[in-house]
Design a protein around this ligand. Structure first.
Ligand code: G3P
Length: 217
């Protein structure tokens, strides 16, 4: 599981549970951390992660050259950084170029809304594709069908590309995504809390506490 945030407090709160394989960010999440640059936020997050946990940072740029340059800048900072590249025409080219030049660099194709994009990202050598589940649902797309078709296709092709589900607005979307064939998910801190705080469970636990203290049955 990855945490989808650029907020240090949220990361610090979830890290002790030891679920996290790392943290995913995007330009929107970074912009929410007002007054801090991408470089500062990245340094702060990396200081909390161990050597096996990854930090995903998204490269941006209007042209292929800008996107490639930004990816190189991001990757030069720390070996635990994996690069997110948007799955569009410029992005597909940059993914392939980066993989060819630096096979060890881990690449996630982001902003995935179709099996076709995932197929092209896998051909470019990406390590992960990130389907945007809730944004698909908002457009009437059948996200779990797209994810299970992607998983089937990757298996048939024998490619090692993994599916990292992203963009969730409720917990059912998360479990459906995993059951459909995603190997990983990235979740907001709010939804991780919802997953932990099952109302029926907390009511039962509270009653047990009361009885353990000698409360009346
Ligand atoms: O990781 C991508 C994800 O952050 C997009 O999520 O919630 O903005 O649709 P959302």
């Amino acid at each position: 599981m990855f945490l989808d945030t650029a907020n240090i407090t949220e990361i610090e709160a979830i890290l002790p549970f030891q679920w996290l394989s790392g943290v995913t960010t995007n330009p929107t999440l970074l912009a929410k951390e007002k007054g801090k640059t991408r470089a500062i936020i990245s340094r702060e997050i990396l200081s909390l992660l161990d050597e096996n946990q990854r930090l995903f940072i998204q490269a941006t740029g209007e042209t292929q050259a800008e996107l490639y340059e930004d990816a190189q800048t991001i990757l030069s900072k720390d070996a635990r950084i994996a690069i997110k590249i948007p799955a569009d025409q410029n992005g597909f080219c940059v993914m392939a170029q980066l993989k060819q030049e630096r096979p060890d660099v881990e690449i996630l194709a982001t902003a995935i809304f179709s099996v076709e994009q995932s197929y092209l990202a896998a051909l470019a050598g990406c390590d992960w594709v990130a389907p945007y589940v809730n944004r698909m649902a908002n457009q009437g797309l059948h996200a779990t069908r797209i994810i299970s078709d992607t998983a089937t296709l990757f298996k048939q092709l024998g490619v090692p590309t993994k599916i990292l589900g992203a963009s969730f607005k409720n917990t059912a979307q998360i479990t459906e995504t995993l059951i459909a064939g995603a190997t990983d998910v990235t979740i907001s801190a709010d939804l991780v809390e919802v997953m932990m705080a099952n109302k029926l469970a907390t009511d039962s636990i509270q009653t047990f506490q009361l009885h353990a203290k000698g409360g009346r049955i």
